[in-house]
Ligand binder design. Structure first.
Ligand code: MN
Length: 132
């Protein structure tokens, strides 16, 4: 990963946010937090994170709409976005990919595999989806 790579986490659930950020910080990432898409979008434009982890189910604007907006904006379109979702349905995963996400990570997080998954996405390739 690039030194001090920055990841923006958009997640409204406090427990998920804490776990996600702990795992990322232990792995050496600088982490930015937003609990809504409405606050995450300006953060993405201002900070240009190396990766965005985007919860799909958010109050207000959902993660799908936020991803479409980031991908429509020349300032942020190059930032890879990985969806976080509690849904294991392939149709939901497909919708996230169509919105512009590079991939999907299922919640609850697999804490042992999470950092490696993030690193794989960080390296740019479309990582394989969860085996579940
Ligand atoms: Mn949520």
């Amino acid at each position: 990963m690039p030194p001090h790579a920055t990841i923006l986490v958009v997640e409204d659930n406090a427990m998920n946010m804490e776990l996600t950020c702990d795992l990322l910080e232990v792995a050496g990432y600088r982490v930015l937090q937003a609990v809504t898409a409405e606050t995450g979008l300006p953060m993405a434009r201002a900070e240009k994170p190396d990766l965005i982890l985007m919860d799909i189910a958010l109050p207000g604007m959902n993660g799908m709409e936020a991803t479409r907006m980031l991908k429509a904006d020349p300032q942020t379109r190059a930032i890879p976005i990985v969806a976080l979702t509690a849904s294991a349905m392939r149709s939901d995963e497909q919708r996230a990919l169509e919105a512009g996400c590079l991939g999907v990570i299922q919640k609850p997080l697999d804490t042992r595999a999470f950092a490696a998954r993030v690193a794989a996405y960080m390296n740019g390739a479309r990582a394989p989806s969860d085996p579940s």
